[in-house]
Design a protein around this ligand. Structure first.
Ligand code: NAD
Ligand code: UFG
Length: 339
């Protein structure tokens, strides 16, 4: 079985990807410092897949501990999910975001060189496109103009990876720019478990549905979009997870550095998402129109033709499926992962 290092593997996207890796015959080795996830996730992964993955509670920024893991485990591939991801928190603590996100990536690259590990898949974000001049977004559209320190760390790491690929001709790197992941594994055993008040739309909606929050605030209905609310490309997390398997297969072709958008290619407005949730689950979501949230771009969705063609991958779930699965997770786990 091929060992693969999965940093951030107990997190939302990481845990779903670990399931797909196990299904595909990989042996995932998870490294996570649990700053935004719980060890209980490992039991849930076992319930779904029959395998409790090997786990190191280690900070990826800790070079010495990571060196020991590289020495002991001898893997050929890495998926690097570990990172802090709150836009609002990054505005408050930019240095923390830089040291954690960029620092952890630098440690991995240094050790990859030291141990001759060539393949890495990196979790980037549509945020690197800043405020798009046109949609859908293509991989060679301009990047930059990030509106927050979190987004800037993703762009900085993309640059580090590009420089590394230039210097190291045997490196194979897939930069995956995720659009908006939602949904959960169909079992309802794993899902998104934000700490405190959710920043993102779907977990907020599910917490309203479960009665934890009174109503949703829709941030702005005066954008230049058909119903005035912002448009995003919501992708089911299981589709996203499968995109990583497709990217790993691509790396076996030794392509050097490649970049792919992972989305559905379809834009959905905030109100459309709320209505899709209501009709998929037969639940009313009370909402009010509130002011715009600073930094939000009006419209953002992916051109996914490059990933479809070169990765032979395509998102299969639609927005109703995602709404159903998000709700299934939330209703089975009204308080998230409680140990
Ligand atoms: P998550 O917070 O659920 O998972 C990230 C995991 O990384 C957590 O388990 C956390 O404990 C761990 N972690 C953070 N810093 C670490 C460190 N220094 N050492 C070890 N572990 C560390 O987030 P997610 O939604 O699963 O996101 C995974 C990746 O995808 C992140 O890099 C994120 O920036 C990126 N991404 C997420 C989204 C999204 O909307 N969820 C969109 C685009 C990109
Ligand atoms: N929204 C609301 N009410 C809420 C939460 C969100 O109306 O309570 C709206 C937002 O204004 C936005 C849309 O729902 O129009 C989606 O918001 P999210 O916060 O769910 O997602 P974003 O597109 O703003 O952010 C996501 C990731 C970020 C990433 C960004 C760009 O969460 O990490 O995409 O890729 F930086």
């Amino acid at each position: 079985m091929a060992k693969i290092l999965v940093t951030g593997g107990t997190g939302y996207i990481g845990s779903h990807t670990v399931i797909e890796l196990i299904k595909a015959g990989y042996e995932p080795i998870i490294v996570d410092n649990l700053c935004n996830s719980k060890e209980l996730v490992l039991d849930r992964i076992k319930e779904i897949s029959g395998v409790r993955p090997k786990f190191y509670k280690v900070d990826v920024c800790d070079e010495n501990k990571m060196r020991e893991i590289f020495k002991n485990e001898k893997f050929n591939d890495i998926i690097h999910f570990a990172g802090l991801k709150s836009v609002a928190e990054s505005v408050k603590y930019p240095e923390l975001y830089q040291s954690n996100n960029i620092g952890s990536s630098k440690v991995l690259l240094k050790l990859m060189k030291e141990f001759g590990v060539h393949n890495i898949v990196f979790s980037s974000s549509a945020t690197v496109y800043g405020t798009p001049k046109k949609v859908p977004l293509k991989e060679d559209d301009p990047v930059g103009g990030c509106t927050n320190p979190y987004g800037q760390t993703k762009l900085d790491i993309e640059c580090l990876l590009k420089d590394y690929a230039k210097e190291n001709k045997d490196a194979n790197i897939a930069i995956l720019r995720y659009f908006n992941p939602i949904g959960a594994h169909k079992s309802g055993l794993i899902g998104e478990d934000p700490q405190g008040i959710p920043n993102n739309l779907m977990p907020y909606v599910t917490q309203v549905a479960v009665g934890k929050r009174e109503k949703l605030s829709v941030f702005g209905d005066d954008y230049n979009t058909p119903d005035g609310t912002c448009i995003r490309d919501y992708i089911h997390v299981v589709d996203l997870a499968k995109g990583h398997l497709a990217a790993l297969n691509k790396l076996k072709e030794k392509p050097g550095l490649v970049i792919y958008n992972l989305g559905t290619g379809k834009g959905t407005s905030v109100l459309e998402l709320v209505h899709a949730f209501e009709s998929a689950n037969n639940i009313k979501i009370p909402f009010e129109i509130a002011g715009r949230r600073p930094g939000d771009v009006p419209e953002n969705y992916a051109d996914v033709s490059k990933a479809n063609k070169e990765l032979h991958w395509k998102a299969e779930f639609n927005i109703e499926d995602s709404c159903r699965d998000s709700w299934n997770w939330q209703k089975k786990n009204p308080k998230g992962y409680e140990e």
